[in-house]
Ligand binder design. Structure first.
Ligand code: ZN
Ligand code: FE
Length: 265
């Protein structure tokens, strides 16, 4: 069986700014993406009459796994995820190149996307991509465990997927990320337009952590490190020419942390 045509994706806000995604397929069969908190997820499943048939976990951070035990106590189900998350309830360990079929939903392909953490996995279901804290809408995860080279490689692999792929990220960070994007590329009209769109959506309290890959390529600085305009801006920030794309990416990530008040050069 291939991917079921057009699963319905529900966005469930948990904790302060995390999202759990629910992938609804045939007859209410539903896969849960990440598990930072159980209560709102159980409520959403019950309100919609959905039947959870599995959970997929992106990485070991508490805001993505700490609700898993409570979810499993309520709904025993298989959990796919990285080896590091066995103690949280992962019983189907997957990694780079693996694929698995969920009846009523379709075939998930697994990519190892280290950078934010070493164990980070990204799941591809047809044209839907669940990327946790690797790619964010208009941004990318901080480098807590991995290197800039790893993160750039992970993002390059995601960027190589079809342009009409929809990305679903783990946090509501888009407005913050766009503030930096507009700072780094002040003359990019697509970024300026997206700033307004996202502000409008947030004023209606709508989630903005899902977007098409083509929009990300136009507006996400972390997918644009090879654009000459951005490269020049990064070099101006650092104050010297940079030898390669990896160093430019590392300095872009540093610049964003600096912009957020999280780091000093
Ligand atoms: Zn994380
Ligand atoms: Fe997170």
């Amino acid at each position: 069986m291939n991917t079921v045509a057009a699963p319905t994706i529900h966005c469930i806000p948990v904790l302060s700014d995390n999202y759990v995604w629910l992938i609804e397929g045939l007859d209410g069969a539903t896969v849960i993406v990440d598990a930072g908190e159980a209560g709102p997820v159980i409520e959403a499943l019950e309100d919609r009459g959905l039947t959870p048939v599995g959970t997929i976990i992106t990485h070991h951070h508490a805001d993505h796994v700490q609700g898993l035990g409570e979810l499993l106590a309520r709904f025993p189900m298989p959990v796919h995820g990285p080896d590091s998350c066995r103690r949280h309830g992962v019983d189907h360990v997957v990694g780079e190149g693996d694929a698995f079929e969920v009846p009523g939903i379709g075939r998930f392909e697994v990519m190892a996307t280290p950078g934010h953490t070493q164990d980070h996995l990204t799941y591809v279901l047809g044209r839907h991509l669940f990327c946790g804290d690797t790619l964010f809408t208009a941004g990318c995860g901080r480098l807590f465990e991995g290197t800039a080279a790893q993160m750039l490689h992970s993002l390059d692999r995601i960027a190589a997927l079809d342009d009409d792929t929809q990305v679903y990220c783990g946090h509501e960070y888009t407005a913050d990320s766009l503030r930096f994007a507009a700072h780094a590329e002040p003359d990019n009209p697509d970024i300026a337009a997206r700033v307004n769109e996202v502000a409008e959506k947030r004023s209606r309290n709508e989630p903005t952590a899902c977007a098409s890959l083509v929009l990300e390529k136009k507006t996400n600085p972390f997918l644009r490190v090879r654009e000459p305009v951005l490269r020049s801006a990064i070099e101006a920030y650092v104050g010297q020419p940079l030898p390669d794309d990896t160093e430019a990416f590392a300095m872009l990530r540093h610049w964003k942390d600096d912009f957020d008040g999280l780091a000093r050069l």
